[in-house]
Design a protein around this ligand. Structure first.
Ligand code: FAD
Length: 374
């Protein structure tokens, strides 16, 4: 009798949760260990742009009903990317052909709200995801692997998946030579709730997709998030019991500047006087949103024009690294290669994505080993 394989995933972010669904769908036992004490512990950003590969991975991994919920809560497809100047005059644009409003996101790019997507991904994983579990290191134990946590606890499995984000400790132990590059830019981003007045100030092309405002000193990106169906209604229809947090349609804005243009260090900007000064300035912008010279909008009583909050993050990326080919070994007593084939496929599928984008996982195990290929 083959032994049912057990996979331990570190990190309950987008990649870890998607992988957990895919493994369960393939009949593989899985647990997810997340450092945060709860799913809503910290804000994690707003609009995500999922291209067809990201949505395709969700299509493969999620139970069909949950994928339907993802589709219902995703925004209308991007039909165009437009570049404008500082006065919002169009410079150029790229139009994508063959995109229909009702189509499947797995066939094109679509915006999604990150928190709604996380809630969709968490659905159906009760008892699978554990919180407050800060992974510290792993050890081999015969043909198995043991993951250790900061509270002294541990868990064993046949495969360990490091889905613990850009600062991954799993990767740090497996690939100590891997480096994260600071790209030298800092991004201040936030969202502003949408109403008729705000919508009227935005470049009309924004209804077709992302708009990039080009300027000599900073870049500004604007993107609408308007789900096809109200997330609460879609959840009630497709996954009763799930109550997605949804603030209403909004425009996400992201200002990218050269780090040298900003006062203070990153640490100071995250909590020091410079951060407080920035937050005060941005709070002022809550009440007088200036989208272009002379145009001012007062936040309405309904919250229109209110910038709900904003973040300041360094832009970082994985330095280029050799690709990894999971190898299989089927020692006596361990899961057979056939049992683990779905995991291998999942890793292959997700690894093709560029670093830092989309859904990506790194794997280490005795049964399926990630080996370096030149
Ligand atoms: C401002 C911004 C905008 C972005 N826009 C896009 C976009 O439009 N499209 C896109 O595809 N991508 C976008 N990204 C990138 C996207 O966020 C990442 O590609 C994606 O989140 C990676 O998923 P992940 O599961 O690998 O990591 P994450 O989503 O970061 O999840 C990692 C998880 O691991 C947990 N963790 C970390 N360390 C430990 C530990 N030691 N023990 C246990 N758990 C741990 C973390 O708490 C977290 O929950 C954007 C990123 C930012 C910052």
């Amino acid at each position: 009798m083959p032994v049912a394989p057990q996979v331990v995933i570190i990190g309950g972010g987008l990649g870890g949760l998607c992988a957990a669904h895919g493994l369960r769908r393939a009949g593989i036992g899985v647990t997810v260990h997340e450092r945060d004490p709860s799913p809503g512990h910290r804000p994690q950003g707003y609009r995500l742009h999922l291209d067809s590969r990201g949505a395709g991975a969700l299509h493969q991994c999620l139970p069909p009903r949950l994928y339907e919920l993802f589709t219902a809560t995703a925004g209308l497809p991007s039909r165009r990317v437009t570049v404008v100047d500082e006065r919002l005059r169009e410079l150029h644009g790229v139009t994508f052909d063959g995109v229909s409003a009702g189509g499947d996101p797995a066939t094109f790019s679509a915006p999604v709200d990150r928190m709604v997507l996380r809630q969709v991904l968490l659905a159906g994983l009760d008892g699978v995801v554990g919180y407050g579990a800060e992974f510290t290191h792993y050890e081999h134990e015969g043909e198995r692997v043991r993951a250790w946590f900061a509270d002294g606890g541990s868990v064993t499995g046949d495969v360990l998946v490091g889905a613990d984000g850009i600062g991954s400790r799993v990767r740090g132990q497996l690939l100590p030579h891997a480096r994260i590059k600071d790209l030298g830019t800092r991004c201040v981003y936030g969202r502003t709730l949408l109403g008729e007045r705000v919508a009227g100030l935005l470049p009309p092309r924004i209804h077709e997709g992302f708009v990039s405002v080009r300027s000599s000193r900073a870049g500004l990106a604007l993107g609408l998030v308007r789900p096809r169906e109200d997330p609460a209604e879609a959840a009630a229809r497709l996954w009763p019991g799930l109550r997605p947090q949804w603030p209403g349609d909004y425009v996400m804005w992201a200002l990218t500047v050269d780090a040298r243009e900003l006062p203070g260090t990153d640490a100071e900007r995250h909590g020091g006087p410079a951060a407080r000064r920035r937050d005060r300035r941005l709070r002022t912008a809550d009440d007088r949103l200036r989208l272009r010279r002379g145009a001012r909008v007062r936040a309405g009583g309904d919250g229109e024009g209110r910038t709900s909050d904003q973040r300041n993050v360094p832009a970082r990326a994985n330095a280029p690294l050799e690709r990894f080919r999971p190898e299989r070994a089927s020692p006596a007593g361990s899961p057979s290669a056939r049992d683990l084939a779905p995991l291998r496929d999942l890793l292959h599928d997700t690894r093709g994505l560029p670093p830092g984008r989309g859904l990506r996982v790194d794997a280490m195990s005795r049964g399926v080993r990630a080996d370096r290929v030149a």
